[in-house]
Design a protein around this ligand. Structure first.
Ligand SMILES: Cc1cc2nc3c(=O)[nH]c(=O)nc-3n(C[C@H](O)[C@H](O)[C@H](O)COP(=O)(O)O)c2cc1C
Length: 166
């Protein structure tokens, strides 16, 4: 992996997140959790390159994101689709997802964890958190489609501090 700058990030971000999916990982080498996410965005805000992720509070990963200043977004080639499906359907509460999916954790820096198999890793430092509110939805049709069981997402916007690519 070599560190690249935001200027050299050539992926189509909409497809990268929405179609390739990503692992959101928070914690450190001795205690971390990871989950698959396909909702999010990247852009420019408050004078910084940022990534925004949407995490439901019932995710085991939520607690790790809460207690960490940083998290990583890890992107993989198609051959890891099965591993990402597993990390998006099992919970770290009762499953050793890393073992079951066969991916190899490593710490690119002491405060974060990613996976050796990732082709692109983005380390993000949390800037802002909010909880989506029903009354703020302009298109109310989104609510019954995505939130019939309640539990709206927490939204984290974070500064993109490091990017590593293969
Ligand atoms: C393709 C895919 C995309 C997902 N995207 C998100 C997401 O953006 N936000 C979220 O909260 N959960 C998302 N999930 C669900 C979590 O990955 C899933 O609930 C996971 O088991 C949580 O693991 P954890 O309990 O170990 O954190 C997604 C699942 C899949 C399969």
């Amino acid at each position: 992996m070599k560190e690249i700058s935001v200027d050299n990030l050539s992926d189509n971000i909409i497809n990268l997140i929405g179609k390739d999916w990503m692992l959101v990982t928070a914690g450190n080498a001795s205690s971390f959790n990871t989950m698959t996410a396909s909702w999010g965005s990247m852009g420019f805000l408050w004078g910084k390159p940022v990534a925004t992720i949407f995490i439901r509070p019932q995710r085991h990963t939520y607690g790790f994101i809460e207690s960490s200043d940083v998290f990583t977004l890890s992107f993989f080639s198609e051959e890891y689709r099965k591993a990402l499906t597993l990390c998006g359907t099992k919970s770290g509460r009762d499953t050793d997802k890393v073992k079951e999916s066969g991916i190899t954790p490593y710490a690119p820096m002491s405060d974060c964890v990613s996976f050796e198999e990732a082709r692109l890793v983005i380390r993000c430092r949390k800037l802002y958190k909010s909880l989506l509110k029903e009354e703020n939805f302009i298109d109310k049709g989104i609510l019954p489609k995505w939130y019939k069981d309640g539990d709206l997402h927490y939204v984290y916007t974070a500064e993109i501090e490091q990017i590593w690519a293969k």
